[in-house]
Design a protein around this ligand. Structure first.
Ligand SMILES: C[S@@+](CC[C@H](N)C(=O)[O-])C[C@H]1O[C@@H](n2cnc3c(N)ncnc32)[C@H](O)[C@@H]1O
Length: 384
């Protein structure tokens, strides 16, 4: 009896402790985050930075490779002062340093910075700066010709990531460049253990990755007066370069692929209004690509693999099964192209009135109505 009470008490204590830590993470997040990264850096820094990579050679190779991605977007200038924000142990810092005048390597983790200093002590143009404030007051305003941040913003909840980008924008010279990496929805498949929907808003889980959709990245840049230059998808991540613009230049039209839109005009051509229980149900639709992206039918295409999809909704509109049916496109469907396609839905056992919500799905990324809000509805009565 006593021990039962005790264990209840200790469970209560655990809950209180865990709530306390979560609360702490929300009120004193930088201190908490720094401790989190310090601990990881002290245990296995390579693994802390690149999940699954412990070997030094592989780690360094990835740093050169990441710099290659950056240079694919931006031509470096030997006069530049560059900021590597969230530099870690200098995986990329050490390779960019010989190509520019000066590099400031900034991080919230003192342990990461100590390791960086040891590893790069032969490079006199690198200065390490410990970040202790959300407003980044340790860094001068209007100073940097290029700011890059890789594998960092994903570890902040989305609100903090946006605030950080706002402050970083102030550190950039007008006309300066920004290069950022964001994980795509593909992480759900490739790193399921790093993903948790809650983490988008919760600051207490810095180890998790927040996934971004292209339109979110577009908004982030625009909100911070950054004009996108190039957008690229590689192995599960988006890499985006942008320029700080002010005045009329800020209103320049967006370059591709930010102008690119996924949009579909879908009409049901045939589909019975009643549907016997226990039987599959087919309907035929006319699909027209009214966006400007090609819908690809190759399932190995990680960016534009598009299929026809159906969700099952109840009479009151709430979705019962989101991924109810799928039909592959027989061919690539370019802008303005149109086809007629049949799709078969699984049998339903419960009688009643339902809606089939018919839309295109960019697999691994989004349903088109996630972007545009409109969806084709088809009412059907399931009868005995
Ligand atoms: C996954 S590591 C990436 C390190 C480095 N950018 C790279 O690509 O090798 C994330 C780094 O971001 C740092 N970090 C996390 N939150 C930060 C923040 N709010 N401000 C600055 N650095 C942060 C961590 O301490 C850690 O060194």
């Amino acid at each position: 009896m006593w021990s039962m009470n005790l264990s209840k008490y200790s469970y209560g204590l655990d809950v209180c402790r865990s709530l306390f830590h979560r609360l702490l993470a929300q009120i004193a997040p930088l201190h908490y985050l720094a401790g989190f990264w310090d601990e990881l850096a002290a245990t296995d820094p390579n693994q802390a930075i690149l999940t699954g990579v412990t070997d030094d050679q592989e780690f360094l190779k990835s740093g050169r490779c990441s710099l290659g991605f950056l240079e694919n977007h931006i031509v470096l200038d030997s006069t530049w002062h560059v900021l590597d924000y969230g530099c870690g142990t200098g995986r990329v810092t050490r390779f960019i340093a010989p190509k520019v005048r000066r590099v400031t390597a900034a991080d919230i983790s003192g342990t990461m910075l100590s390791l960086l200093k040891q590893e790069t002590k032969h490079i006199s143009t690198i200065t390490a700066v410990r970040i202790r404030s959300r407003s980044l007051k340790e860094l001068p305003d209007n100073e940097y010709d290029l700011i890059f941040s890789m594998l960092v913003l994903q570890h902040l909840n989305k609100t903090n990531a946006s605030k950080t980008l706002f402050h970083l924008g102030h550190k950039l010279k007008t006309g300066g460049y920004m290069f950022l990496q964001f994980p795509s929805a593909d992480y759900k498949r490739t790193f399921p253990e790093l993903y948790d929907r809650m983490s988008e808003t919760d600051a207490s889980q810095p180890g998790l990755a927040r996934l971004y959709y292209p339109h979110e990245i577009e908004m982030l840049l625009h909100d911070n007066q950054l004009c996108p230059l190039k957008f690229e998808y590689r192995d599960g991540d988006y890499y985006v370069s942008a320029r700080k613009v002010v005045g009329p230049d800020a209103l320049k039209p967006l370059p591709p692929p930010f102008q690119e839109r996924y949009a579909a005009d879908i009409a049901v051509m045939s589909g019975a209004s009643s549907w016997p229980t226990g039987q599959k149900y087919s309907l035929t639709c006319r699909l027209r690509n009214i966006g400007n992206m090609s819908w690809r039918n190759d399932e190995t295409d990680l960016v534009n693999y598009v299929q026809l999809g159906v969700s099952l909704a109840a009479d009151d509109g709430h979705i019962i099964i989101r991924d109810f049916a799928r039909q592959a496109l027989p061919t690539v469907l370019g802008p303005d192209a149109e086809i007629t396609l049949s799709i078969t839905c699984p049998a339903i056992t419960e009688k009643g009135r339902y809606f089939l919500l018919i839309d295109m799905v960019n697999e691994r990324h989004f349903w088109f109505h996630d972007l545009a809000g409109t969806v084709c509805r088809h009412a059907v009565e399931v009868i005995s």
